[in-house]
Ligand binder design. Structure first.
Ligand code: ADP
Ligand code: ADP
Ligand code: ZN
Length: 215
Protein backbone atom coordinates (compact mmCIF):
# COMPACT_ATOMS: atom_id res chain seq x y z
CA UNK A 1 0.00 0.00 0.00
CA UNK A 2 1.11 3.51 -0.80
CA UNK A 3 0.07 5.55 2.23
CA UNK A 4 0.29 9.22 3.26
CA UNK A 5 -0.08 10.31 6.88
CA UNK A 6 -1.42 13.85 6.98
CA UNK A 7 -1.95 16.01 10.06
CA UNK A 8 -0.62 19.03 11.94
CA UNK A 9 2.75 18.94 13.72
CA UNK A 10 2.33 16.83 16.84
CA UNK A 11 -0.68 14.87 15.59
CA UNK A 12 1.26 11.60 15.84
CA UNK A 13 2.33 11.04 12.23
CA UNK A 14 5.84 9.89 13.15
CA UNK A 15 4.65 7.68 16.01
CA UNK A 16 1.97 6.05 13.88
CA UNK A 17 4.13 5.78 10.76
CA UNK A 18 6.68 3.79 12.73
CA UNK A 19 4.03 1.33 13.96
CA UNK A 20 2.37 1.02 10.55
CA UNK A 21 5.75 0.56 8.87
CA UNK A 22 6.42 -2.49 11.06
CA UNK A 23 2.95 -3.90 10.44
CA UNK A 24 2.96 -3.43 6.66
CA UNK A 25 6.70 -4.11 6.32
CA UNK A 26 6.99 -0.97 4.22
CA UNK A 27 9.54 1.83 4.59
CA UNK A 28 8.67 4.87 6.72
CA UNK A 29 9.67 7.96 4.78
CA UNK A 30 9.84 11.08 6.94
CA UNK A 31 11.01 14.17 5.08
CA UNK A 32 11.67 15.89 8.43
CA UNK A 33 14.05 13.06 9.42
CA UNK A 34 15.78 13.15 6.02
CA UNK A 35 16.29 16.92 6.34
CA UNK A 36 17.58 16.67 9.93
CA UNK A 37 20.04 13.94 8.92
CA UNK A 38 21.34 16.22 6.16
CA UNK A 39 22.62 18.80 8.68
CA UNK A 40 26.31 19.39 7.98
CA UNK A 41 25.79 19.25 4.22
CA UNK A 42 25.10 22.40 2.19
CA UNK A 43 21.49 21.36 1.56
CA UNK A 44 20.90 20.38 5.18
CA UNK A 45 22.27 23.62 6.60
CA UNK A 46 20.24 25.66 4.12
CA UNK A 47 17.07 23.74 5.07
CA UNK A 48 17.76 24.14 8.81
CA UNK A 49 17.35 27.91 8.49
CA UNK A 50 13.72 27.42 7.44
CA UNK A 51 13.10 24.57 9.89
CA UNK A 52 14.29 26.51 12.94
CA UNK A 53 11.91 29.35 12.10
CA UNK A 54 9.06 26.86 11.74
CA UNK A 55 8.70 27.62 8.03
CA UNK A 56 8.45 25.16 5.17
CA UNK A 57 11.58 24.32 3.22
CA UNK A 58 11.10 25.34 -0.47
CA UNK A 59 9.05 22.95 -2.60
CA UNK A 60 11.79 22.43 -5.20
CA UNK A 61 14.11 20.91 -2.57
CA UNK A 62 11.43 18.60 -1.18
CA UNK A 63 10.24 17.46 -4.59
CA UNK A 64 13.75 16.43 -5.65
CA UNK A 65 14.26 14.69 -2.32
CA UNK A 66 11.07 12.64 -2.62
CA UNK A 67 11.71 11.84 -6.29
CA UNK A 68 15.08 10.42 -5.31
CA UNK A 69 13.68 8.46 -2.34
CA UNK A 70 10.81 6.93 -4.32
CA UNK A 71 13.20 5.78 -7.03
CA UNK A 72 14.85 3.43 -4.50
CA UNK A 73 13.80 -0.23 -4.81
CA UNK A 74 12.61 -0.70 -1.21
CA UNK A 75 9.57 1.50 -2.02
CA UNK A 76 8.38 -0.68 -4.92
CA UNK A 77 5.95 -2.72 -2.80
CA UNK A 78 4.60 0.21 -0.80
CA UNK A 79 5.68 3.10 1.46
CA UNK A 80 4.41 5.33 4.24
CA UNK A 81 4.94 9.03 3.74
CA UNK A 82 5.16 11.14 6.91
CA UNK A 83 5.42 14.89 6.47
CA UNK A 84 5.18 14.93 2.67
CA UNK A 85 3.31 16.43 0.85
CA UNK A 86 2.82 19.68 2.77
CA UNK A 87 1.70 21.92 -0.12
CA UNK A 88 -0.46 21.51 -3.23
CA UNK A 89 2.56 21.79 -5.60
CA UNK A 90 4.23 18.96 -3.61
CA UNK A 91 1.09 16.82 -3.97
CA UNK A 92 0.91 17.50 -7.72
CA UNK A 93 4.59 16.62 -8.10
CA UNK A 94 4.07 13.40 -6.12
CA UNK A 95 1.19 12.36 -8.37
CA UNK A 96 3.33 12.92 -11.44
CA UNK A 97 6.36 11.07 -10.00
CA UNK A 98 4.17 8.09 -9.06
CA UNK A 99 2.36 8.05 -12.37
CA UNK A 100 5.76 7.79 -14.09
CA UNK A 101 6.40 4.69 -11.95
CA UNK A 102 2.91 3.32 -12.71
CA UNK A 103 1.91 3.70 -9.07
CA UNK A 104 -0.50 5.89 -7.12
CA UNK A 105 -1.45 6.96 -3.62
CA UNK A 106 -4.03 4.51 -2.29
CA UNK A 107 -4.92 6.09 1.03
CA UNK A 108 -4.37 9.33 2.91
CA UNK A 109 -4.90 9.14 6.67
CA UNK A 110 -5.85 12.55 8.04
CA UNK A 111 -5.10 12.60 11.78
CA UNK A 112 -7.15 15.18 13.72
CA UNK A 113 -5.98 16.58 17.08
CA UNK A 114 -7.00 19.90 18.74
CA UNK A 115 -4.36 22.68 18.87
CA UNK A 116 -4.12 22.73 22.68
CA UNK A 117 -3.12 19.04 22.69
CA UNK A 118 -0.59 19.66 19.92
CA UNK A 119 1.25 22.25 21.99
CA UNK A 120 1.36 19.96 25.06
CA UNK A 121 2.65 17.12 22.91
CA UNK A 122 5.34 19.06 21.04
CA UNK A 123 6.76 20.95 23.99
CA UNK A 124 7.65 17.64 25.73
CA UNK A 125 8.53 15.62 22.62
CA UNK A 126 11.93 13.92 22.57
CA UNK A 127 13.35 12.35 19.42
CA UNK A 128 16.20 10.11 18.32
CA UNK A 129 18.23 10.37 15.11
CA UNK A 130 16.95 6.84 14.23
CA UNK A 131 13.45 8.34 13.75
CA UNK A 132 11.91 7.13 17.03
CA UNK A 133 9.71 9.63 18.89
CA UNK A 134 8.90 9.86 22.61
CA UNK A 135 6.99 12.10 25.01
CA UNK A 136 8.22 12.84 28.54
CA UNK A 137 4.79 11.96 30.00
CA UNK A 138 2.66 10.23 27.36
CA UNK A 139 5.24 7.92 25.82
CA UNK A 140 8.46 7.93 27.86
CA UNK A 141 11.44 5.73 26.95
CA UNK A 142 12.28 2.88 29.33
CA UNK A 143 15.46 4.64 30.41
CA UNK A 144 15.42 8.44 30.66
CA UNK A 145 17.09 10.13 27.69
CA UNK A 146 17.89 6.85 25.88
CA UNK A 147 16.17 5.48 22.77
CA UNK A 148 14.45 2.09 23.32
CA UNK A 149 15.01 1.14 19.72
CA UNK A 150 18.69 1.94 19.11
CA UNK A 151 20.18 3.10 22.43
CA UNK A 152 20.90 6.57 20.99
CA UNK A 153 20.69 9.80 23.01
CA UNK A 154 17.30 11.55 22.85
CA UNK A 155 17.11 15.28 22.18
CA UNK A 156 14.65 18.17 22.15
CA UNK A 157 14.26 19.56 18.61
CA UNK A 158 15.17 23.23 18.11
CA UNK A 159 11.78 23.79 16.46
CA UNK A 160 9.85 22.23 19.37
CA UNK A 161 9.91 25.54 21.29
CA UNK A 162 6.70 27.47 21.87
CA UNK A 163 7.30 30.27 19.34
CA UNK A 164 8.32 27.95 16.55
CA UNK A 165 5.45 25.56 17.38
CA UNK A 166 2.89 28.38 17.02
CA UNK A 167 4.34 29.37 13.68
CA UNK A 168 4.26 25.76 12.46
CA UNK A 169 0.58 25.47 13.36
CA UNK A 170 -0.18 28.64 11.35
CA UNK A 171 1.86 27.35 8.41
CA UNK A 172 0.00 24.04 8.60
CA UNK A 173 -3.41 25.75 8.43
CA UNK A 174 -2.43 27.96 5.53
CA UNK A 175 -0.30 25.69 3.36
CA UNK A 176 -1.02 22.08 4.29
CA UNK A 177 -4.67 21.94 5.36
CA UNK A 178 -5.89 22.48 1.75
CA UNK A 179 -4.55 18.97 1.05
CA UNK A 180 -7.48 17.54 3.03
CA UNK A 181 -9.95 18.66 0.35
CA UNK A 182 -7.44 17.80 -2.39
CA UNK A 183 -7.32 14.14 -1.34
CA UNK A 184 -11.01 13.99 -0.36
CA UNK A 185 -11.80 14.98 -3.95
CA UNK A 186 -9.64 12.10 -5.17
CA UNK A 187 -11.67 9.73 -2.96
CA UNK A 188 -8.67 8.48 -0.95
CA UNK A 189 -9.08 10.36 2.34
CA UNK A 190 -9.81 8.67 5.70
CA UNK A 191 -10.08 10.88 8.78
CA UNK A 192 -9.00 9.45 12.15
CA UNK A 193 -9.45 10.89 15.63
CA UNK A 194 -5.88 11.36 16.87
CA UNK A 195 -6.81 11.69 20.56
CA UNK A 196 -6.59 8.70 22.90
CA UNK A 197 -4.06 5.93 23.30
CA UNK A 198 -1.32 5.33 20.71
CA UNK A 199 -2.24 1.63 20.26
CA UNK A 200 -5.94 2.37 19.83
CA UNK A 201 -5.22 4.99 17.16
CA UNK A 202 -2.84 2.57 15.43
CA UNK A 203 -5.66 0.03 15.25
CA UNK A 204 -8.02 2.59 13.65
CA UNK A 205 -5.36 3.50 11.09
CA UNK A 206 -4.65 -0.13 10.28
CA UNK A 207 -8.36 -0.81 9.75
CA UNK A 208 -8.65 2.17 7.39
CA UNK A 209 -5.62 0.95 5.41
CA UNK A 210 -6.99 -2.60 5.26
CA UNK A 211 -10.37 -1.29 4.05
CA UNK A 212 -8.64 0.73 1.31
CA UNK A 213 -6.56 -2.25 0.26
CA UNK A 214 -9.74 -4.31 -0.15
CA UNK A 215 -11.27 -1.66 -2.46
P1 ADP B 1 4.15 14.34 14.29
O1 ADP B 1 5.09 13.43 13.56
O2 ADP B 1 2.79 14.40 13.65
O3 ADP B 1 4.71 15.71 14.51
P2 ADP B 1 4.78 12.73 16.66
O4 ADP B 1 4.50 11.32 16.30
O5 ADP B 1 6.17 13.17 16.71
O6 ADP B 1 3.89 13.72 15.73
O7 ADP B 1 4.07 12.99 18.07
C1 ADP B 1 4.19 14.26 18.72
C2 ADP B 1 4.36 14.05 20.22
O8 ADP B 1 3.14 13.52 20.76
C3 ADP B 1 5.44 13.04 20.59
O9 ADP B 1 6.03 13.48 21.80
C4 ADP B 1 4.68 11.73 20.79
O10 ADP B 1 5.34 10.85 21.69
C5 ADP B 1 3.36 12.23 21.36
N1 ADP B 1 2.20 11.41 20.95
C6 ADP B 1 2.00 10.72 19.80
N2 ADP B 1 0.80 10.11 19.79
C7 ADP B 1 0.21 10.43 20.98
C8 ADP B 1 -1.05 10.10 21.58
N3 ADP B 1 -1.95 9.35 20.95
N4 ADP B 1 -1.31 10.60 22.79
C9 ADP B 1 -0.41 11.39 23.44
N5 ADP B 1 0.79 11.74 22.92
C10 ADP B 1 1.11 11.26 21.72
P1 ADP C 1 6.51 17.56 12.57
O1 ADP C 1 6.84 16.18 13.06
O2 ADP C 1 6.48 18.53 13.68
O3 ADP C 1 5.29 17.59 11.71
P2 ADP C 1 8.66 17.27 10.62
O4 ADP C 1 9.76 16.53 11.29
O5 ADP C 1 7.79 16.50 9.71
O6 ADP C 1 7.77 18.02 11.71
O7 ADP C 1 9.24 18.51 9.84
C1 ADP C 1 10.09 19.43 10.48
C2 ADP C 1 10.36 20.60 9.56
O8 ADP C 1 11.01 20.13 8.36
C3 ADP C 1 9.13 21.35 9.06
O9 ADP C 1 8.68 22.35 9.97
C4 ADP C 1 9.68 21.97 7.77
O10 ADP C 1 10.51 23.09 8.04
C5 ADP C 1 10.58 20.86 7.23
N1 ADP C 1 9.84 19.95 6.33
C6 ADP C 1 9.62 18.62 6.51
N2 ADP C 1 8.89 18.11 5.49
C7 ADP C 1 8.64 19.16 4.65
C8 ADP C 1 7.90 19.30 3.45
N3 ADP C 1 7.28 18.25 2.88
N4 ADP C 1 7.86 20.52 2.87
C9 ADP C 1 8.49 21.57 3.41
N5 ADP C 1 9.18 21.52 4.55
C10 ADP C 1 9.26 20.32 5.18
ZN1 ZN D 1 16.85 5.58 18.26
Amino acid sequence: MNVILLGPPGSGKGTQAQLLSKRLESPHISTGDILRRAVGTELGDHAAEYMNRGELVPDAILIEMIRDRLSQPDTACGFILDGYPRTIPQADALASILSGLDREIEIVINIEVPDTDLITRLSARRVCTCGATYHLTFNPPQEEGVCDRCGGALYHRDDDQEESIRNRLLVYKKQTQPLIDYYANLGVLATIDGRGGIEQIAEGIYEAVAAASAR
